[in-house]
Design a protein around this ligand. Structure first.
Ligand code: ZN
Ligand code: ZN
Length: 467
């Protein structure tokens, strides 16, 4: 049984009213009535004495409608319909955060304003005994300082620098002071991967992992690991907020997720951004100090991409002809039993290329965001049961495959931004036993993004002290 339900049972046995339970459940949250599992008669006294504050979900600000939960102001993302509850023929609702439950003009958000539960001050919360590289050590100290001084900072760590470990000292410091911490990341996969790692390193800390479809089994968790969407349920809850992969979709494109992070932070709090490829707005922001980790944890340089002109690869593949150099690249690497990742710009071109390789008798699999078997295929590729995997940009980040060699077909395509290409290149040489490897951009015309990606990787290597 989880702590929350043990506690609930204890209170119930003692004959306590549900106030403590409601407080626990509402801790730092702002929720719709439908999200609160307590009957009306138990909430009513708390509403009357304003321990539970009710706020309209949609605010009318100078004639503009704003969603209080997600910050959406975009008219095109607001809908309206006839509503039985408020009898209005045009009850407005926010479509932008609909997946968290519908917020409409007549819906209220419930927020706890009563006393806040203190979190335990945990000494020596960190049990991890690994060693940090010198770059990690330096960044780790700065993260700890940011936690102590409640400042904002950016950790710019190259792919494979080991950024999670860089957080450990800062987290330990936060728990020592009884602080509550949020780690927000754009992808569910990362939440699922980080949870057991952090649980192992901080066994005494109560944690929860929140993503679409997950249940909040520990509403009083001191460390919350959540997808950026789930952050929208919190309000002034955290002393330390860490935003992982701040440049990654959907965070960088989505103002509302930035709004959510601002809402979830306490007024006095530390904010730490992590990225291997921060965008320019963040780098130019004057109140955010940047710490770089240009060296990978295994102390080898980042593999630098090389370029191979293919001619009109799309036309060639469609007409069952090889784009220049691709045949050789595949055959040579496969002969050495090296696992190969081939990035392709779109699902359509992925399928075309797959059909062509099939004709040429190259055993392979394909994977993309809408593929229901994507998790199984990624596992099979990791276990070297698939020699060659064709993928869209979904595998550009967050994955590690031992000794993988990587190519991009059609790297001139717009989907391959500078950041995407740096991330893709960052898949190569991550394992300390195989720190080198090939990264090749097969293209029909060099783009700025390709040149800048290469430059960025070379600059980081230079900063790390490699030739
Ligand atoms: Zn909304
Ligand atoms: Zn209504």
């Amino acid at each position: 049984m989880t702590d929350f339900f043990c506690y609930a049972l204890l209170l119930w046995k003692k004959g306590c009213v549900h106030v403590e339970l409601i407080q626990l459940f509402m801790l730092g949250k702002r929720l719709l009535r439908t999200e609160i599992p307590f009957p009306k008669h138990e909430l009513q006294p708390l509403i009357e004495n304003q321990t539970l504050m009710l706020e309209t979900g949609l605010i009318n600000k100078n004639g503009k409608i704003l969603c209080r939960r997600c910050g959406n102001k975009d008219k095109s993302l607001l809908g309206s319909h006839p509503c039985a509850k408020c009898q209005s023929s045009k009850c407005m609702y926010c479509r932008h955060c609909l997946t968290l439950g519908k917020i409409s003009s007549c819906q209220m958000l419930y927020r706890w304003t009563g006393p806040q539960l203190p979190f335990p001050k945990v000494e020596a919360a960190l049990t991890w005994e690994g060693e940090l590289s010198s770059g990690q050590r330096h960044a780790s100290k700065q993260v700890r300082q940011a936690v102590i001084n409640q400042k904002s900072m950016l950790v710019w760590a190259v792919c494979g620098a080991g950024k999670t470990e860089v957080l450990f000292e800062g987290l330990a410091e936060a728990f020592l002071h009884g602080h509550r911490v949020l780690l927000a990341t754009p992808r569910t996969d990362v939440v699922k991967e980080l949870y057991p790692r952090l649980k192992k390193s901080f066994p005494l800390i109560k944690m929860s992992a929140l993503y679409g479809g997950s249940k909040d089994r520990a509403p009083d968790a001191q460390l919350v690991i959540a997808t950026t969407h789930q952050v929208m349920r919190f309000y002034r809850a955290f002393d330390v907020v860490i935003v992982d992969e701040v440049d990654a979709f959907p965070f960088s494109f989505d103002q509302s997720l930035q709004y959510a992070v601002e809402q979830a932070q306490k007024q006095l709090s530390a904010l730490i951004y992590l990225s291997a490829t921060p965008d320019h707005t963040l780098l130019q922001s004057s109140d955010i100090e940047t710490i770089k980790i240009p060296r990978r944890f295994h102390n080898h340089p980042l593999p630098v991409p090389r370029f191979q002109w293919t001619g009109n690869w799309f036309k060639k593949v469609t007409n069952n002809k090889w784009p220049n150099g691709l045949n050789k690249w595949l055959a040579e690497n496969l002969a050495q039993n090296k696992p190969l990742l081939l990035f392709i710009p779109s699902i359509n071109t992925l399928q075309l290329t797959s059909a062509f390789l099939h004709n040429e008798s190259f055993s392979h699999q394909t994977v993309h965001a809408e593929d229901p078997e994507r998790h199984e295929k990624i596992t099979q590729f990791r276990n070297q049961q698939i020699p060659l995997l064709l993928t869209t940009t979904i595998l550009e980040r967050g994955v590690t495959f031992t000794n993988v060699q990587v190519a991009v077909l059609g790297s001139e395509n717009d989907v391959f931004t500078e950041a995407a290409l740096v991330q893709i290149s960052g898949r190569v040489g991550r394992h300390p036993d195989y720190p080198q490897g090939d990264i090749c951009f097969f293209h029909n015309g060099k783009t700025k993004a390709m040149m800048k990606a290469k430059q960025q990787i070379e600059n980081m290597n230079k900063e790390a002290g490699f030739k």
